[in-house]
Design a binder for this molecule. Sequence first.
Ligand SMILES: Nc1ncnc2c1ncn2[C@@H]1O[C@H](COP(=O)(O)OP(=O)(O)O)[C@@H](O)[C@H]1O
Ligand SMILES: [Mg+2]
Length: 148
Amino acid sequence: MRDLGRRLAKLLRAGDLVMLSGELGAGKTTLTRGLGEGLGVRGAVTSPTFVIARVHPSLGDGPPLVHVDAYRLSGGLDEMEDLDLDVSLPESVVVVEWGEGKVEELTDDRLQVVIHRAVGDTTDEVRHVTLTGVGDRWSDTDASVLSA
Ligand SMILES: Nc1ncnc2c1ncn2[C@@H]1O[C@H](COP(=O)(O)OP(=O)(O)O)[C@@H](O)[C@H]1O
Ligand SMILES: [Mg+2]
């Protein structure tokens, strides 16, 4: 998942919203860690206990990574609005865990990443990932870098 994140970072630019779905432990934060490495941002991406959103500035001239864990957000729009994601999105890559039903209104375009871990399979740590681009932004994306 981390390696996939590194590769996925090559496709991302400022203004992109990435929504990550999958059960607890699926690898959403691990993928985001790879995204942070691929984007070349400062600070380790972690699972924040109290922090809902963390900004990782670029170490170069790329966009910052805004990592949101919406798990504790009730879905109330005002709580979401307090994060000012609409303000950060144009110049950032915004990655949201557990964002379904909470952040879609931020933009017409988004990349949805759904992570499946095989149920009942304790020895195999393979994940199955489905990426779905929503909106014009993703209509002619060449995803071949992902399988490199
Ligand atoms: N292929 C894999 N991809 C992602 N995580 C894995 C994988 N194999 C094992 N793991 C472990 O599963 C856990 C995933 O946790 P995390 O990324 O925090 O998930 P989430 O953010 O979806 O709750 C980590 O402890 C990680 O080490
Ligand atoms: Mg997480």
